[in-house]
Ligand binder design. Structure first.
Ligand code: MOS
Length: 716
């Protein structure tokens, strides 16, 4: 543990957020703003034959109505671009954009836009899809089919996960304005640099002419990774009307405007010996995409590194449907894959009559079965054992329906979580001032995990300043390059860059202080409370203010770019966790309560235990929602998503959530990056849906293979 790293710290942006001074994209106020409203298609596939905007255009306050007939063409063909042709690809597709003096005027006029279509038969049911294509093929390990057939014990089962939506509280929104051919846009995004590149390409401009600003994001979970269609619309209208234009999705528009977790069908076949050694795993997956893009994720890939199993196959296909394109949603792919794989392992445990935790320990992978490489670190065994002891797993009776609490059936289930310990190149700029304050900048995002705080802590640690003397800013495309916030790689990437930039500052100061300290080797000197101080003899110190004064400086600035080391290639870099879940089930009413969750996580160094704990809690809650509540229903007659509001799309409320205990098993890992940081924001939900389903089986004897596990599946 450092002076600040590893200690609990409240969010540096917490007060701004709870007092409303943190500004979200739609909240910036500009003079002479106009407001846009999106009109959407009512068919899922076909062609617009006529679009009549005359009534809408006559309404008071209306400035312009954009359709495919009068919208400038985007120069980008990356993703779905609105109003570019008469083709309809999905129900809810934007077909017009009404801009008016006020939001109310735009919304009213939007209802008066009349479209006629030549509709074609749409396909939105993945289980009946006729257009299925190969998505990716990984090398088959061994001979899985033969090994499966020859295995003395076999299980095969199919699993289904419906479409789910992110539902961040903050709707997607943008405010755009131009000064000459320079565009400034306040826009909800997980990556200001990616948004900048997208808009630069759309308008055929240099990146430097596009300024993207997004200091705060009210939740995104993957929904703001891709630029989506609305920033382009705001920018187009703003350019033509020569005034700022704001657009925000309505809650309903959120369901067709930013992607979703795809519908996922999986079939898992596992062959094992009678003493539980895995012989073969064939994990097939199909996820849906749209007719116009091939979105793929990795539902079955990570499993290949999870257990010792000599024969493994992971065929993956996508089904082309008349729906918007899916996107990444928290723990994309792996949480879906883990639901199938970790449920199937539980099924195997019951075939074998081996405790589900024991089965996982029997097949524990000491080195990566996929590449043969060592893990850079892996404390999964410790997670299993610590979690089991915290939960009281040894008191579990093996047989389903064997534990009760009055009229409630009690079930205990467990599962494993896995995620990559990713790192991407990232840059951080630090300006250290003579008054011993510092500003730190990087074009990263904080969509909620606590990046403002984490990067402040890391900077404080290595600049030797209390965190309150550091001001970390993010979310502006003028800042040094950073990857979008996704994949749980932000702290590892940007945190390493902050560490590197702080070291650069120290080196710079040491070069200026060569005659002021007996030893100016950076290894032997630390920055501490405004001094450069010898580690071996703290009495030997020189004041940083003095160094700067001597050289007539008021501040020094360094930019550092951290890149993943080549050393990483020699290892497999993953993060792991174990989840233990208790459910209580009322079989007559179909009610399931998740009464207890213990989650143990091994994801390297924990920079801030407080926000890390919050992330884990959030992941568990999300996993419970996925297991028991979340589904975007589609009316296939119209190809229309219908549970498109927060009343009919269910996710957990406080009353659904009971005891959650989280524990980190820290790993020392100098391979992943110098600070040993792995991500956790997605890992923490990976095993939960399977653990809940396994607990439901243990309680009731019913194996439910289609999420969410709603009451009718229990008493049915
Ligand atoms: Mo996350 S789904 O990579 O925002």
């Amino acid at each position: 543990m450092g002076k600040y790293i590893g200690k609990e710290m409240s969010r540096v942006d917490g007060i701004a957020k709870v007092t409303g001074t943190a500004k979200y994209s739609a909240e910036f106020q500009l003079k002479n703003m106009a407001y846009g409203y999106i009109v959407q298609s009512t068919i899922a596939k076909g062609q617009i034959t006529k679009i009549d905007t005359s009534e809408a255009e006559k309404q008071p306050g209306v400035l312009k109505v954009y359709t495919h007939l009068n919208t400038p063409k985007s120069k980008s063909n990356d993703g779905f671009v609105a109003l570019q042709s008469d083709r309809i690809f999905f129900n809810g597709q934007p077909i017009a954009f009404v801009v008016a003096e006020t939001f109310e005027q735009a919304r009213y006029a939007a209802q008066l836009v009349k479209a006629e279509y030549k509709a074609e038969k749409s396909e939105t049911d993945m289980l009946k899809a006729t257009s299925i294509k190969q998505a990716r093929s990984e090398k088959t390990r061994g001979n899985p089919q033969k090994a499966f057939e020859e295995s003395p014990v076999k299980v095969t089962a199919e699993y289904i996960i419906p479409i789910e939506h992110h539902n961040p509280l903050e709707p997607h929104a943008a405010i755009a304005y131009w000064e000459g051919d320079n565009l400034t846009i306040f826009v909800k995004t997980q990556g200001v640099k990616q948004m900048q590149a997208h808009l630069a390409e759309s308008f055929g401009l240099e990146k430097e002419k596009i300024h993207v600003i997004c200091p705060f994001v009210g939740g995104a979970f993957g929904s703001a990774l891709n630029p989506q269609y609305y920033p382009f619309l705001a920018a187009v209208a703003s350019k033509e009307l020569n005034r700022p234009v704001k657009v925000a999705y309505t809650r309903r528009q959120m369901f067709t405007g930013h992607g979703y977790r795809p519908y996922t069908w999986q079939k898992v076949s596992i062959g094992a010996t009678k003493d539980g050694k895995l012989q073969a795993i064939i994990h097939e997956a199909i996820t849906n995409s749209s007719s116009f893009e091939d979105f793929t994720e990795t539902p079955n890939s990570f499993g290949r590194s999870l257990y010792n199993c000599p024969n493994y196959d992971t065929p993956y296909k996508i089904a082309k449907l008349d729906l918007p394109t899916p996107t990444w949603m928290r723990a994309p792919g792996m949480v879906s894959g883990a639901f199938a794989l970790e449920s199937a392992l539980d099924e195997l445990a019951y075939e074998l009559k081996i405790d589900p935790l024991e089965l996982r320990l029997i097949n524990y992978a000491e080195t990566d079965p996929e590449t043969g490489r060592p893990f850079s670190s892996k404390a999964l065994r410790e997670c299993y054992l610590k979690g089991a002891s915290m939960f009281g797993w040894e008191k579990r009776k093996f047989e389903p329906r064997s534990m009760r609490d009055g009229r409630w059936l009690v079930g205990w289930g467990m599962a494993t979580g896995i995620w990559g310990a990713f790192m991407l190149p990232a840059s951080v700029k630090i300006t250290y001032k003579a008054d011993n304050t510092a500003t730190v900048e990087s074009a990263t995002a904080d969509i909620g995990p606590g990046t403002y705080t984490t990067i402040t802590i890391i900077s404080a640690e290595f600049l030797g300043l209390p965190p309150e003397r550091i001001k970390f800013s993010l979310g502006d495309s003028k800042m040094p390059d950073a990857p979008m916030q996704g994949g749980s790689f932000t702290t590892a990437s940007v945190g390493t860059a902050a560490y590197g930039a702080a070291l650069q500052i120290k080196k710079k100061l040491l070069s200026l202080a060569s005659d002021m300290l007996p030893d100016t080797n950076p290894e032997n000197v630390e920055m501490s409370e405004g001094f450069l101080r010898l580690k071996s003899d703290p009495s030997k110190a020189v004041s940083i203010a003095e160094i700067m004064k001597k050289h007539g400086l008021s501040e020094i600035t360094e930019v550092y770019t951290a890149t993943p080391s080549s050393e990483r290639q020699k290892y497999r870099t993953l993060a792991h966790g174990a989840q233990f879940v208790e459910v209580k089930v009322d079989e007559d009413l179909g009610i399931i309560k998740v009464t207890r969750v213990v989650e143990t996580t091994a994801c390297g160094k924990i920079v801030n235990p407080k926000t890390s704990h919050s992330q884990e809690m959030g992941g568990v809650v999300w996993g419970i929602g996925m297991a028991l509540q979340e589904v975007t229903e589609i009316d296939h007659r119209y190809g229309k998503m219908i549970t498109t509001d927060l009343a009919t799309y269910h996710f957990p409320v406080n009353a659904d959530i009971h005891e959650i205990t989280t524990e980190f098993i820290e790993e020392e890992d100098k391979i992943v990056n110098p600070l040993g940081i792995k991500g956790m924001g997605e890992l923490c939900m990976v095993g939960i849906p399977a653990a809940v389903a396994n607990a439901v089986f243990h309680a009731t004897g019913k194996r439910i293979r289609e999420l969410p596990i709603t009451p009718e599946k229990i008493f049915g």
